[in-house]
Write a protein that binds this ligand. Structure first.
Ligand code: BG6
Ligand code: MG
Length: 218
């Protein structure tokens, strides 16, 4: 049964596997700076803004930098990242995502993006899924990073629904926490060990529809 009205989707790692490109770009920068950085460290960066991510990398390396140097390094990382995502194509939408979104829209749900990424418009355009969104809240519209609920509260507001009327879909622990901080139920996408706090964890959208999610969230 339809219990919710709005669906709020994180972007990186939920709709598209850009998480791997974020990792490659940070890794390249960290290597250049001589800071050890691996995939486990990268988990801490998921859902976190560009600058906050770099600050975590500096902390790992026990380094400090001026604001100016930090900004220059973030710009460098973004140039590497953009060189990858500007080549994204529709084949990189995660399996089942387009079908899930299309079916949910047909069933009357409204759909919003809730992402920390300032590159969201470029990615949605490259994947040709921008039209499926009724609202887009991204890193250009929010100032507080997940686990602050700002991005999802804005998404719910732009859709015209209360937090309790919305479901959040997230691949990051910080994003699940953000949803809960905003009073929303959260579906984790990916690894149940990392996403323990989620109300439900699914490996991905392949072979699952919104009705099954509603039934399992009860
Ligand atoms: C989030 C990613 O969606 O966006 C983070 O999970 C990333 O890894 C953040 O740092 C900011 O993205 P961007 O594209 O603005 O650097
Ligand atoms: Mg994510």
């Amino acid at each position: 049964m339809k219990q919710h009205k709005g669906l709020l989707f994180d972007l990186d790692g939920v709709l598209v596997d850009t998480a791997k490109y974020h990792y490659i770009a940070w890794k390249e920068l960290a290597d250049e700076l001589g800071i050890p950085f691996n995939k486990a460290d990268n988990e801490r960066l998921k859902g976190v803004s560009r600058m906050a991510s770099f600050e975590i990398i500096l902390e790992i390396g026990g380094r400090t930098m001026s604001q100016e140097e930090k900004e220059a390094n973030c710009a460098k990382k973004n140039d590497i990242y953009v060189s990858y995502i500007s080549k994204l194509d529709q084949s990189e939408i995660l399996p089942g995502v387009r079908e899930f979104l299309t079916e949910a829209k047909e069933k009357g749900y409204k759909i919003a993006l809730g992402s920390a990424s300032k590159n969201s418009p470029l990615i949605l355009d490259r994947l040709q899924i921008r039209d499926l969104f009724d609202a887009i809240v991204d890193g250009t519209k929010v100032s507080k990073a997940k686990p602050d609920p700002e991005v999802f509260l804005k998404g719910a507001e732009e859709l015209g629904f209360s937090p309790a009327e919305c479901i959040v879909f997230e691949d990051a622990a910080a994003g699940i926490e953000a949803a809960h901080n905003g009073g929303m139920q959260a579906v984790g996408i990916g690894n149940a060990d990392i996403l323990k706090a989620a109300d439900l964890v699914i490996p991905g959208f392949q072979g699952i529809g919104i009705e099954e999610i509603e039934a399992r969230l009860k």
